[in-house]
Design a binder for this molecule. Structure first.
Ligand code: BTN
Length: 244
C-alpha cells in the first residue's frame, strides 16, 4: 500500500459484530499503531449513525474501521468528520463518479447514498485522543429495496475490487490528515466544494412540516446553516430531514 502509516497494519476478519466495536475493544487492550485498519467480510451487528443499524450482505460491501490519534482540540471534532467525509468522497472519485457529501457525512452518487461514516472518539482532557473511523461502502449489495441507496456496482456496471477501494481510501485519508494538521481551512473549503446542494434550493422537513431553504454551509459545530425566511437558520443533526 502506497501510504506511510494508514493501512500499514491491516487486521482481516471474516465475521465480526461491528468493526468499530472490535477496534475499540482491541485498542483498549493492546497498544496499536496509528493507522491500523480492521476490515471484515461480514458484520452481524453493524452500527450506523444515531443508533441505527448498518446492514450489509457478506462480501458485498466494504466494512472498515481505522484507528487515528489526531490529538486535535475537542472543538475540532466536526472538522475531523469533515476530513473523513472529504477523504471518502475523493477516494470514490478515482472511479470518475460524481460523488457528493450530504450533511453531515453521507456520501451520495446521483442523490443516492453509497457510503456512510461513523466516527467514535475518545476524549482525554480537551483533546481527541483516539478516533475510530468506521466506513461502510455499498459495493454490490442488493439495495433494490432501498430507493434512496445505490451501490458502486450499480453506478459502474462492474464490481470494483474491495482491496483497491481500501487503498484509495487510505491514500486520501493520509493525504488529508497532513492538511488537517497544517492547513485545516483547506479541509473546510474542499468539504464545502463537495457539499450536496450547496447554494441550491432544497426541500426539508421539520417536525412533519416541509419548507424550502438554500444550503449556505456547515459550521464548525457541525450545524447545517440554511437560508430560509430571509435569515440564516442553524440546524443540529436530526432536527431536519432532506426531502429528496
Ligand atoms: C451511517 O451512515 O449511518 C454510518 C454507517 C457506518 C457503517 C460502518 S461499516 C464499518 C463500521 N463498523 C460499524 O459498525 N459501522 C461502521
Amino acid at each position: 500500500m502506497d501510504c506511510l502509516f494508514v493501512g500499514q497494519h491491516i487486521i482481516e476478519l471474516s465475521s465480526v459484530d461491528s468493526t468499530n466495536n472490535y477496534l475499540i475493544d482491541l485498542s483498549q487492550n493492546i497498544s496499536l499503531l496509528e493507522g491500523t485498519v480492521v476490515v471484515a467480510k461480514e458484520q452481524t451487528a453493524g452500527k450506523g449513525q444515531r443508533n441505527n443499524r448498518w446492514s450489509s450482505e457478506a462480501g458485498k460491501s466494504l466494512c472498515i474501521s481505522i484507528l487515528l490519534k489526531p490529538k486535535l482540540d475537542v472543538s475540532q471534532q466536526f472538522l475531523f468528520n469533515k476530513f473523513i467525509a472529504l477523504s471518502l468522497c475523493q477516494a470514490l472519485n478515482n472511479y470518475s463518479l460524481k460523488t457528493k457529501i450530504k450533511w453531515p457525512n453521507d456520501i451520495l452518487i446521483d442523490s443516492k447514498k453509497v457510503a456512510g461514516i461513523l466516527v467514535e472518539n475518545s476524549i482525554r482532557g480537551s483533546k481527541i485522543e483516539k478516533s475510530i473511523v468506521g466506513i461502510g461502502v455499498n459495493i454490490n449489495n442488493n439495495i433494490s429495496q432501498l430507493p434512496s441507496a445505490t451501490s458502486l456496482a450499480d453506478c459502474l456496471n462492474t464490481i470494483p475490487s474491495i482491496s483497491e477501494l481500501l487503498e484509495f481510501i487510505c491514500i486520501n485519508i493520509e493525504k488529508n490528515y497532513f492538511l488537517l494538521k497544517q492547513k485545516p481551512s483547506m479541509i473546510n473549503e474542499h468539504y464545502h466544494q463537495n457539499l450536496f446542494q450547496k447554494g441550491g434550493v432544497q426541500k426539508f422537513s421539520k417536525n412533519g412540516e416541509s419548507f424550502d431553504g438554500i444550503i449556505n454551509s456547515v459550521n464548525e459545530n457541525g450545524q447545517l446553516v440554511v437560508e430560509a425566511n430571509d435569515r440564516l437558520e442553524f440546524y443540529n443533526m436530526g432536527e431536519i430531514k432532506f426531502m429528496i
